[in-house]
Design a binder for this molecule. Structure first.
Ligand SMILES: Cc1cc2nc3c(=O)[nH]c(=O)nc-3n(C[C@H](O)[C@H](O)[C@H](O)COP(=O)(O)OP(=O)(O)OC[C@H]3O[C@@H](n4cnc5c(N)ncnc54)[C@H](O)[C@@H]3O)c2cc1C
Length: 676
């Protein structure tokens, strides 16, 4: 099998900046070559789990004493080419559409016609493809712009490696006054998964759900069916919990597709951090319970030291087994085919290997392309803000607030915790290469430093004085750092970092803003709307209170230094002002504000750009059953529908949105026969 994954080419960045960093030395290039050789193919994700001994089913195991408590490929030749296609002409306005509404039950199925077409095989798309193909009479097509999921994604310690690699869309934010000023072009990286599994294949594996209040608020806003109590069965349905939390059967599930456990390996710093939070008064709790103020080692979406992407969890077990599921990878959907007269969605146009194809949906097209690409696809198809679309000569089909309401959990990379030799996990190049080889060879279960995200698993949630409700407004992550390299050249270090999370002599303390008041926007690229990067304006800190909350969050992090846990291990925050913030006194409000603006960190949870809301909500793009307003046979199901971002990492909330949506679709088509 050919190599499917290519890493970020850091050489130009290293040379341009003449950066004397470890990742720019032979160590970095040796490491990358070995990883490509061992993990560059897509073997694991495409193999049959029945033949893999590590997939045998087991129930709850892995009690951690510290914690109290998965197509037949649809041949390309089966799709019609676009040339001369009548429906393609509708869109370009050269031909009048034939009106057709309501069910079409007696038509013979054509090879390029499916019951449902799902655009995007990410967190949501893979769940939907699995659940909808449970109905054997439904033919479902899953289209994914990226490749098969390469083996490199399985290693929990490797997330820094995926950024700007062949499985990342490689997006950047647009320059803004209050964000990302310290980075090249004043732009922040904005990673998004471009492979089977989507962002769930490149994320940091943290299993989190958010707070009860998040979902109750969605429901109170006029979205029936989305309260915490109504979603809890769906959280359980997806979950196969193999940790101590499995004993809490009210909140956790054990038979679902998504294996959830604690990693087989933790270093001392992981324990130190939870201990420190605990010593500030935060209780050790199940962070995935209804109220998440507290601390613990987080659960992870992993199984025996390997990542569980939604591709592994939901697609791998059914691929080549369910004949009604077709999957086409490397298929970039460029437009929805919409009858402009009846405003009915008929299918999609996609490009694969430079050839344009049209495929048609008897029932619905479901857009699950994520919070950046879903609004992009809608806008390319004439669904979006009138003014913006008209400025690009795109005929407006429906005027909706698509791309607005962008939210994320902003953080900073500017706060560094230095570790003493006592707990530093730094290794030599030789040791690093040996660890990579050792992880590769372990069968059937993986263990050791690379089988874990290390200190990133230690999570704390706090409520600052700014929180108006009894729920957290700051969450903490701690990410591996080489302190000397960071201080030598912060922006290049961060932009070209490729090393595993396991080996470090310092940690970035990342406070996450859980309830941002600021809003950003996603717009189409004005020079190349289809193939160009969408324009992402994060809008971070455009509401001043967001900065106040974050400064408070930084102060709390710094206070961890006073705990016995930090003191006995000699862990100390580095008080040297970081580049571009030297004019401010370390520890002052202005210094902390400076690091927020200079070294803004996007925590990769964009949400809200196809907002769910009732008919009277002018910002709403989809209704509470996730149907796009003003267009029939079209839904959006992914993180973009969240009216407000949840208080916690967004993968499992997105999986749960898709689980809920799948049942809604079944209700709509199997019980009510409601096609509009
Ligand atoms: C680096 C990173 C770290 C993260 N860490 C965590 C974490 O630890 N825990 C957590 O809970 N969450 C984490 N998240 C967030 C979480 O993974 C996302 O919120 C979630 O995966 C979003 O799911 P989605 O279905 O909305 O979009 P995605 O999973 O991004 O899926 C969208 C899919 O659509 C495809 N697509 C897009 N456009 C097209 C098109 N035009 N044609 C065909 N296909 C298309 C994409 O290639 C992609 O596969 C992280 C995200 C990232 C990027």
């Amino acid at each position: 099998m050919s190599t499917t994954w290519s890493p970020h080419n850091i050489a130009p960045l290293c040379m341009e900046q003449q950066a004397n960093l470890t990742q720019c030395s032979s160590a970095g290039f040796l490491f990358l070559s070995l990883v490509v050789k061992l993990f560059g193919n897509a073997t694991y994700s495409t193999s049959n789990p029945e033949q893999n001994p590590s997939e045998s089913h087991s129930s709850f195991h892995g009690y951690n004493p510290f914690v109290q408590y998965q197509s037949a490929y649809s041949p390309v030749g089966h799709e019609s080419s676009s040339s001369g296609d009548q429906l393609f002409q509708y869109f370009s306005g050269t031909r009048a559409a034939t009106k057709r509404v309501g069910p079409r039950p007696h038509r013979r199925k054509k090879s390029n016609e499916y019951d449902f077409i799902i655009v995007g095989a990410g967190s949501a798309g893979c769940v939907l493809a699995n659940r909808l193909t449970e109905i054997t009479k439904w033919r479902v097509l899953l289209l994914e712009a990226g490749s098969e999921e390469p083996d490199v994604t399985m290693v929990p310690s490797f997330p820094p490696l995926y950024r700007d690699s062949s499985i990342d869309w490689g997006y950047r934010t647009q320059p803004e006054k209050l964000t990302c000023r310290g980075f090249t072009g004043h732009q922040c990286v904005w990673p998004r998964g471009k492979t089977m599994g989507g962002s769930s294949a490149i994320n940091y594996l943290i299993y989190m759900r958010g707070h009860r209040l998040d979902y109750d608020t969605w429901a109170e806003l006029g979205n029936p069916g989305w309260s915490y109590d109504e979603l809890l069965p769906y959280f359980r349905k997806s979950e196969n919990n193999r940790a101590i939390e499995a004993l809490d059967t009210i909140h956790h599930g054990v038979g679902g597709p998504m294996t959830v456990e604690r990693f087989p390996y933790f270093d001392e710093n992981t324990f130190m951090l939870v201990e420190a939070f605990n010593q500030t008064g935060l209780p050790i709790i199940d962070l995935t319970g209804e109220n998440n103020i507290g601390t613990n080692i987080a659960l992870s979406t992993s199984r025996d030291g390997r990542r569980m992407s939604t591709n592994i969890a939901y697609i791998r077990p059914i691929r080549h087994i369910r004949p009604n599921l077709s999957i086409i990878v490397d298929a970039f959907v460029t437009k929805l085919i919409i009858d402009p007269v009846t405003k009915t969605t008929l299918g999609v146009t996609y490009v694969k290997n430079g050839i344009t194809h049209n495929v048609f949906a008897r029932n619905e097209v479901i857009v699950s392309s994520g919070s950046i690409n879903s609004p992009k696809l809608l806008m390319l198809s004439g669904i979006g803000p009138r003014e913006h679309l008209e400025s690009l000569d795109i005929p407006v089909v429906v005027n909706l607030a698509v791309g607005r309401n962008l939210q994320d959990h902003v953080s900073t990379e500017g706060l560094t915790l230095a570790l003493s030799n006592k707990t530093s996990t730094m290794v030599s190049t030789q040791e690093l290469l040996e660890e990579v080889n050792s992880y590769y060879q372990q069968e059937p279960k993986k263990s050791g430093p690379l089988s874990s995200t290390s200190a990133l698993s230690s999570v704390g949630f706090i409520k600052t004085k700014y929180s108006r409700v009894n729920a957290p407004d700051i969450q903490y992550h701690f990410t591996a750092r080489n302190v000397e390299d960071f201080y030598a050249n912060p922006s290049t270090y961060l932009e070209a970092n490729i090393f595993p999370l396991a080996f470090y002599n310092g940690l970035a303390a990342n406070p996450l803003l859980l309830t941002p008041r600021s809003r950003g926007v996603v717009l189409l690229n004005n020079t190349d709307p289809v193939f160009g990067q969408p324009l992402i304006y994060s809008g971070f800190y455009t509401v001043k209170e967001d900065m106040d909350v974050m400064v408070e969050g930084i102060r709390y992090a710094v206070s961890l230094e006073e705990t016995e846990a930090f003191q006995k291990n000699g862990a100390r925050f580095v008080r040297i002002p970081v580049k571009n913030c030297e004019d401010h006194k370390w520890g002052s409000y202005d210094y902390f504000a400076c690091i927020l603006i200079q070294y803004t960190s996007v925590i990769y949870h964009p949400s809200g750009t196809c907002k769910m809301g009732p008919v009277w909500d002018k910002q709403a793009v989809v209704d509470p059953r996730l149907r796009v307003y003003g267009i029939s046979r079209l839904r959006v199901v992914d993180a973009s529908i969240m009216p407000f971002i949840v208080r916690g990492n967004t993968n499992i909330p997105t999986v749960t949105i898709a689980e809920r949506a799948a049942d809604m679709i079944k209700e709509d088509y199997l019980t009510r026969n409601n096609y509009n």
